[in-house]
Design a protein around this ligand. Structure first.
Ligand code: GLA
Length: 706
């Protein structure tokens, strides 16, 4: 069959796929090619030589690399029919093509399998969205071990940036050069995980926030995953991503299919900012939909770190009144409101109001919160049960475990088997009745442990659990369309595009220490826009790190996100309250810009400083925050290069806020003392001199086109 090339094009990107009847292969993924480009010569110009010492025919690095072709890389598909059909080879039998998407149907008649490959290049954002579906056409079971998507990256993309972390320390990044072999990240925790956010970046050596060609990948899946980057012995490179299945977990019955999670990817010629801006645009247009004019993201107060399990309705009312006075717009009662929940060893599963704590019920509180002009929100952890609960006592068999083995506890709790219809219905019933009885506009949906040795129907339960969790949220949202949901999992343990498509924001971390938050929120910003990233002002003496930070620095760090407060406002000093009020009002004055503008991170000259900002879509206004994380190595920071401004515009540069009050310098940079107007190109090329500020403090700079 003669080669045919399919050209998918978006605003800035082209993806060219070879369709010669065999498994399709990406031949080019990069800057957009002119529309009229004749692609036929690619068959000549990119035809690969066949060197000595190799298979006698060319081996394609296809969208699902096949062992059958003699490609010795990690294959896209691993599985068998009790040992046979383990190395299938597919032919394309159909390709449905639109300017933005292609769906290939591929078939292997001998193995009796069909594979459907869907790829869409989003016109506006340049994000590529892809997924595979494997269908069992045969009469016997097909045991699937792994079905992953594979996309090639340019040979120059030798450097990887990957994510790691742990509880209270999410979204940390590391770099490595991949010269030979492979890098594989595997997450077996049954949730997205704090430890291994399902994403990777592969780019040319030394790529930075503002420079370098690179590719970003994120797997939208709230369960276990495997991400793999490999360099073949011939120098070709690729990234592969898919769900990680437990042994024997997935059997595709005759006539049935398995579908992979969606892989989101993009090419950026202009560094990590270019990548993030593409992903943010995609999220805003396709995953979460907010009308910021009609309803700005409300500022929260969450009771958790303020009162923990100590719930006294009168006191909670005082908290609500004080919160409203600070400018809070949504008041959320966290853990501790339901029966028996006096500590983290009991109560999960019994989703009924604790009458001993709330003898007058919840209605009076909900009403008071509303009268104060705030929305009311409530915490749930639906998937869990404590052994010390009425639910467990009456249904010990509802727990996810493997018969004959002792199930481990995590935070004194077990996971419920949501795949049992009676469990699903019980949870839906409890939540639906509370949501129907009270005017609850928001729930925080927590999940404080991993899945360990959970079996359902004789098989590992992980995949089915994630699906059942999605179904439960979907059903509740259908019944309560106005309800907003926060995804939380001990902080940032379940954050990904798939859960985000069902929720409205995520709790980035249980750590409210602003120093830690600087890196956590920066890490999250690679894939998520600010309006979905929960960022709270925590107590001065941070509960998870024991460090103490100034009111100003805490306020400043919480500005760049979906802002909230997480402390007891009643106990706050007058000065602390005044500072919170100031930062909440500053956030409100900036939030349209923060939540609709283009986010960027600056390349700073040293790791002890960090800077990021947001510029409005019309480029007429921007804010930039410069943070001194630790004591500076040099007495002077290099001028801050501010990317993304309009070269043709002049900007008035002013200091909008300074977290530490005093700036201990004999002389400030002159722009901080006198009105200064400067061209955007000068700020982007020559930069702006920063003051020498103290560690653990930040300044906020405003840029307005004149
Ligand atoms: C998790 C969450 C916290 C809080 C507690 C309540 O740790 O991440 O924000 O809701 O549970 O138990």
């Amino acid at each position: 069959m003669k080669s045919a090339f399919i050209h998918l094009a978006s605003r800035h990107t082209s993806l060219v796929i070879k369709n010669d009847g065999r498994m399709p292969e990406v031949m080019y993924w990069g800057k957009r090619l002119p529309d009229e480009t004749d692609l036929a010569p690619l068959g000549m110009t990119l035809s690969r030589p066949i060197p000595g010492g190799r298979i006698d025919s060319d081996t394609a690095l296809s969208l699902c690399p096949e062992l059958a072709t003699g490609l010795f890389t990690s294959p896209g598909l691993e599985g068998s029919r009790n040992g046979s059909c383990w190395a299938p080879s597919f032919m394309v039998v159909d390709a449905e093509i639109t300017p933005q998407s292609v769906t290939f149907t591929c078939r292997d008649k001998i193995a009796e399998l069909s594979l459907v490959i869907d790829i869409t290049l989003d016109e506006e954002s340049d994000v590529c969205q892809s997924r595979l579906r494997l269908h069992n056409d045969g009469q016997t079971e097909y045991q699937l071990q792994r079905l992953s998507q594979t996309l090639p990256v340019k040979a120059q993309a030798r450097e990887l940036m990957y994510f790691h972390g742990r509880w209270t320390h999410e979204f940390q990044t590391k770099r490595m050069n991949l010269e030979q072999g492979a890098f594989t990240q595997e997450n077996r925790r049954g949730r997205t995980s704090h430890e291994r956010f399902p994403a990777i970046v592969a780019g040319q050596t030394g790529f930075s926030e503002t420079h370098g060609e690179l590719y970003g990948f994120h797997l939208g899946w709230s369960g276990s995953h495997r991400i793999h980057a490999e360099v073949m012995s011939d120098g070709r490179r690729f990234v592969q991503a898919g769900e990680l299945l437990m042994p024997g977990e997935m059997t595709i019955m005759p006539g049935e299919s398995y579908e992979t999670p969606v892989l989101y990817s993009c090419y950026s010629p202009d560094g990590l900012n270019g990548m993030s801006q593409r992903f943010h645009r995609y999220v805003r247009q396709n995953i979460v939909h907010f009308d910021h004019q009609a309803k700005p993201r409300p500022v929260h107060l969450n009771t958790w770190e303020g009162i923990y399990f100590d719930h006294d309705p009168d006191y909670i009312l005082q908290m609500a009144e004080t919160a409203a006075d600070l400018g809070v717009e949504r008041f959320i009662i966290d853990d501790g409101w339901f029966r028996g929940r006096n500590h983290d060893r009991a109560g999960l599963g019994d989703w009924f109001l604790d009458q001993s704590k709330y003898p007058q019920g919840l209605q009076a509180i909900v009403e008071c919160v509303k009268q104060q002009g705030m929305e009311f929100g409530l915490w749930f952890e639906p998937e869990m049960v404590n052994p010390d609960s009425d639910l467990y006592r009456s249904h010990p068999d509802w727990v996810l475990k493997t018969e004959g083995y002792e199930q481990v506890t995590v935070r004194n709790q077990y996971v419920l088997n949501l795949q049992k219809p009676e469990v699903f219905d019980y949870l839906y019933g409890c939540m639906n009745s509370l949501l129907s009885e009270y005017d609850i506009r928001y729930i925080k949906w927590d999940m404080n442990r991993e899945l360990v040795q959970g079996t359902h129907d004789q098989h590992a339960a992980n995949h089915g659990h994630v699906k059942a969790f999605y179904r439960l949220i979907d059903q509740l949202r259908k019944a309560h369309p106005q309800l907003e949901i926060e995804t939380c999992s001990g902080g940032g343990g379940r954050i990904d595009y798939q859960v985000l498509s069902r929720t409205h924001r995520f709790w980035a971390s249980d750590c409210n220490d602003p120093i830690e938050r600087q890196s956590i929120q920066k890490g999250a910003s690679y894939f998520f826009p600010l309006e979905v990233t929960g960022a709270h002002i925590g107590a001065g003496h941070c509960h998870t790190t024991g460090r103490t930070h100034s009111d100003g620095f805490r306020g400043m760090t919480a500005l760049f996100g979906h802002m909230g407060v997480e402390l007891d406002p009643v106990k706050a000093t007058e000065q602390e309250k005044a500072t919170m009020k100031k930062y909440i009002s500053l956030h409100k004055s900036l939030r349209t810009l923060l939540h609709t503008g283009e986010h960027f991170r600056c390349d700073t000259d040293h790791q002890d400083t960090q800077a990021w900002g947001v510029i409005s879509c019309d480029k007429k206004q921007a804010v930039v925050m410069f943070t001194q994380i630790a004591l500076a190595e040099y007495a002077l920071a290099a001028p801050l290069i501010i990317p993304g401004l309009d070269d043709g515009l002049n900007y008035r540069v002013t200091l909008l806020e300074n977290s530490s009050g005093d700036l201990y310098m004999k002389q400030l940079p002159l722009w901080m003392e006198e009105p200064t107007i400067v061209n955007g190109a000068l700020l982007a090329q020559a930069g702006l001199m920063m003051p020498a500020i103290q560690p653990e403090s930040a300044i906020l700079i405003k840029l307005e086109a004149v």
